[in-house]
Design a protein around this ligand. Structure first.
Ligand SMILES: O=C(O)CCC(=O)C(=O)O
Length: 343
């Protein structure tokens, strides 16, 4: 007898209005995608890392005390007033934690991603952790489209950004802003900022369209297309705006995930000039949901951590005078390029 898995009772679905807004405006907020229980392991693992870094800094004489009496939303803000290397060392993709994998693969989130990208679903492992501490000059992120960082070949395909706060995000603590409808114009001109850290769109490129703030509560997510211009400004509170951003794409697009290719999917071969190995070659993709090759779905956090740590650097197209190899992190250090790929 053939048995099939029972449908999950808590399957998540974006409503028709939400789907319409996503496609028309380039963004939508989906509420209550995550429970506190979903987010707590991430908060706990980040807090453990922070605790370890704070104690290490105290032992080295780089911090007067560890501020352990403060909770998740305040401790790093207190530390940062004395020592700003700790917050910078947690920014971006520097932390690779098992709980990140569990969050990226939560069934309700993947349900929404499947609605937008289809059933053969890749998590592009371009994930970022952003502890936006108060009054910092590096944590505001200038106007940009995520596609500006990706391969031009993928410009007109859909890669979904999932922006999720680990505390409520508000205009005061630096929530995201978006330009509704501007995703329809394609990829606008970008240039590297003065520190060669971020890419920037000058506001006159928006031809009069104005940005709107998008406050998002903890547990909810902001979904954006890869061409939705967005930015975030200074955190004017005394707490930390912790957030993560994740990305998903259909497997039909270029991907460096180790999966078999199906008929009609993009494959990369030397003779296929112009097809990149992935939409963002410097970082590794993995399969998170699949009907047609379920055995190739990544199942464990250990695999994710190993993939992330061992990914061999793959060059990306440099269309703005801003290649990853030349980029600097918030501390002014070059991004790590594995030795085998240098020079
Ligand atoms: O979290 C932020 O402040 C910026 C996020 C962002 O630029 C992104 O998700 O692409």
């Amino acid at each position: 007898m053939v048995t099939s898995a029972a449908p999950r009772a808590d399957r998540f679905a974006l409503t028709p209005d939400q789907l319409k807004q996503f496609h028309e405006d380039g963004y939508v907020v989906a509420e209550r995608v995550f429970t506190n229980d979903d987010l707590q392991p991430v908060i706990d693992e980040i807090s453990e890392e922070l605790d370890r870094k704070a104690r290490e800094a105290v032992a080295k004489g780089e911090l007067s005390r560890a501020y352990e009496e403060f909770g998740f939303d305040r401790r790093l803000a207190k530390i940062d007033r004395e020592n700003n290397t700790i917050s910078k060392s947690m920014w971006d993709m520097k932390l690779i934690l098992p709980s990140f994998f569990h969050l990226m693969t939560k069934p309700r989130l993947l349900d929404a991603m499947e609605q937008l990208c289809g059933p053969e679903l890749i998590a592009s492992s371009i994930y970022r952790l952003r502890p936006k501490v108060p009054s910092h000059d590096w944590s505001p992120v200038p106007w940009h489209q995520d596609s500006a960082y990706f391969e031009p070949y993928c410009d007109m395909s859909l890669i979904v950004t999932v922006w999720l706060p680990l505390v409520d995000s508000t205009p005061e603590n630096g929530c995201l802003w978006v330009i509704p409808g501007a995703h329809k114009a394609g990829v606008l001109r970008h240039h590297p900022d003065q520190r060669n850290h971020y890419l920037v769109i000058e506001e006159d490129e928006f031809e009069g369209r104005r940005g709107v703030p998008v406050p998002v509560k903890k547990g909810s997510v902001l979904l954006m297309t890869n061409r939705t211009p967005h930015a975030s400004f200074e955190n004017k509170t005394d707490t930390v705006r912790w957030s993560m951003d994740l990305r998903y794409q259909p497997a039909v697009l270029p991907t460096n995930a180790k999966i078999s290719r199906l008929k009609g999917e993009t494959i990369t071969a030397p003779e296929q000039l112009g097809v990149p190995v992935a939409c963002n070659p410097p970082e590794p993709d993995f399969l998170v949901r699949s009907q047609r090759r379920p055995n190739e779905v990544m199942r464990t956090a250990e695999e994710f951590v190993a993939l992330r740590k061992n990914h061999p650097y793959q060059a990306a197209t440099d269309r703005w005078g801003y290649s990853v190899a030349k980029r600097t992190d918030p501390m002014g250090n070059p991004y790590k390029v594995p030795k085998a790929n240098q020079g």
